[in-house]
Design a protein around this ligand. Sequence first.
Ligand code: GLU
Length: 397
Amino acid sequence: MTAQARTNAAPLVRARRLVVKVGSALLVGGGSGRVNRAWLETLVEDLLRLRKRGQQLILVSSGAIALGRRRLGLRPGTLRLEESQAAAAVGQIRLAHAYKELLEEHGVTVAQVLLTLEDSERRRRYLNARATLDELLTRGALPVINENDTVATAEIRYGDNDRLAARVAQMVGADCLVLLSDVDGLYSADPNKDPRARIVPEVRHITPEIEAMAGRSASQVGSGGMSAKILAAKIAVAAGCHMCIAAGHHRHPLRRLEEGAECTWFVPSATPLAARKQWIAGTLRPAGAITIDVGALRALLEGKSLLPAGVTGARGRFERGDTVSVLTAEGVEVARGIIAYSDTDAARIMGRQSSEIEQLLGFRGRDEMIHRDDLVLLRDVTPAAEAARAPREALVP
Ligand code: GLU
């Protein structure tokens, strides 16, 4: 492997959490309406190798509609919404079955997750989906995600799995998203018309010029297209995630990338965690505020989570998943974070031990009021920090 090749695929090799999106055209053999099994086996081998290296993987796979339409006797060409939804219902079961068969043979547990746009746009659903995916990954399962086509109406559809995959990457804090499709990257011009057209190897800023290139590039099969991929790239890089557009139709598509195949990388300027924290800190109007005691402040300064025990008050109306301000007893805002409880639930569990939550609320929520990954200390915490660092006795009046 050349040094160039190694640098090229570095985000893929180094990623801790990776999302790989597979387009319909790759999965479903040319007009046959069947899974392209020979190819899929090589992808599965690649995925297994990544998992063996300790990388956590999520697959976003299209193909449900393409697999179901023939079976239902639907004509070629554009389908009406209800036709594609019916095709998806028939195809999704086949799609999931293909992954299950191939992966479970190697001892990998496959989990099917069907998402709609609302699941990523509505905060509570977003948090639930995120928690479920986290749990699956922690337990070593391989989530295979698709849009829930049978229930998604025209207005609430993603419509393309490129953006769905980017939302998933953002949701799980992935470091790398690979879009495998029938194009091998973003071209500087339409390669069918301009012999000088080249693949752009790296994009650091999605400028109007880059968007114009996407508009000009040759059209592709599938609902995605290059413009959808650029929209996906915007979501991914804003979430601190590297994104790659690469050809997927060759055998072993991921190995090929690592061996230096040409592709386009979109490079973020921050890590996923930093990007998330910037977003939290930048919330214009926190929904409410909670007040904490000195012990909790000390814990926050040490990088720990905020537990209900250290909370002394809650103000404003907020829901689980809203961003709230964290105040000292003096009312100084020291942090902001995404709260795991609504205002009423927060008021009921504040000052109590996490082990009491279930008994107090009737359900087993998170141990933390605000998890450390969802919490950002604001820059100017110096006076409050000094007070908290002082020996305990000095703080007690
Ligand atoms: N969800 C659709 C399917 O599984 C595919 C959407 C896309 O082509 O991106 O058939």
